[in-house]
Design a protein around this ligand. Structure first.
Ligand code: NAP
Length: 273
């Protein structure tokens, strides 16, 4: 990266997000680290500053499960950084218990999709206004689990058919549909949108969701987002889904334009936009 790009990485207190923030800061970007707890964000910044003296880092903490918190967090970001070039929607959870948020949405869908959707909408004007040299980017960290997902438009909180895996797979399918829909709704000269599967990466989410699976390092998991966040225009068109770095056709469910529009409209309603 040649210029100082400003990149917000959600969920960068741990796992793939932390490795992504580190790699981007090492490449010269100004990185805004985000997490749900301020002590963890402060600790992540302190550690990175020690490892990379001279790195330009900021922190913001808010719970993506709370729309009130997301709105406050977006306001803080907008007041603190005049330019924002890249938003990496990385934060995510896998739970083994069905819970509803204060907004009445199933927790996995609220954190992994609705919170990220709301944050993206609130930051899009700033992202687009910052696209002076190259287009700004939104990068959604999805998963290969999306191939097993189904959007239950009439029951997104899965009151009738909840399993941890069904909720996770639905939310990861929504991440890809969100990026594809953004690629169609936004002017590509100003904003490009991508989604990706990072690989099977040894993190707390992997252990929570899939047990003692041996995953690759978080540095490997960070590679695609780091490349897509770079200062040069990507070769692949906006909307591309990458599986472990390779442009790949996502599942048919993600390519259904009518389903994508329906999900977009419902997401606007759920996020009270
Ligand atoms: N690991 C894999 O094999 C794998 C495979 C495919 C896709 N992914 C995707 O990769 C992304 C990163 O996952 P990971 O494996 O790196 O997991 P991780 O190590 O558990 O990190 C998740 C990050 O998200 C944050 N987060 C969780 N809930 C939040 C909330 N309500 N509000 C704000 N921040 C929240 C976490 O904060 P705390 O530190 O406070 O928990 C943490 O910083 C996820 O979107 C996941 O679906 C992972």
């Amino acid at each position: 990266m040649t210029d100082r790009r400003v990149v917000l990485v959600t969920g960068s207190t741990d796992g793939i997000g932390r490795a992504t923030a580190r790699a981007l800061a090492a490449a010269g970007a100004k990185v805004i680290l985000h997490g749900r707890s301020k002590p963890k964000v402060d600790a992540a910044i302190a550690k990175l500053s020690e490892e990379l003296p001279g790195a330009e880092l900021e922190g913001v903490s808010f719970d993506l499960a709370s729309q009130t918190a997301v709105r406050k967090g977006a306001d803080q970001i907008l007041s603190r950084v005049p330019e924002l070039h890249v938003l990496i929607n990385n934060a995510g959870i896998f739970t083994d218990e069905r819970m509803l948020t204060e907004d009445g949405i199933e927790l996995t869908f609220a954190v992994n999709h609705v919170g990220a959707f709301l944050l993206t909408e609130l930051l899009t004007p700033r992202l687009e206004a910052s696209a002076t040299r190259v287009p700004s980017r939104v990068i959604n960290v999805s998963s290969i689990a999306h191939t097993r997902g189904r959007i239950h438009l009439d029951d997104l909180s899965l009151a009738l058919a909840w399993t941890g895996y069904a909720a996770y797979a639905q939310s990861k399918l929504a991440n890809i549909m969100h990026a594809l829909e953004l690629s169609e709704r936004r002017e590509p000269a100003k904003l490009l949108a991508y989604s990706m599967h990072p690989g099977v990466i040894g993190t707390k989410l992997l252990r929570q969701g899939f047990g003692p699976v041996q995953g690759a390092t978080t540095e490997v998991g960070a590679r695609t987002a780091v490349r897509l966040a770079g200062g040069e225009a990507a070769d692949e068109p906006s909307g591309t889904y990458f599986s472990e770095g390779t442009a790949t056709q996502p599942a048919a469910a993600a390519r259904d334009a009518a389903a994508r529009k329906a999900l977009w409209d419902t997401s606007l309603r759920l996020a009270k936009l």
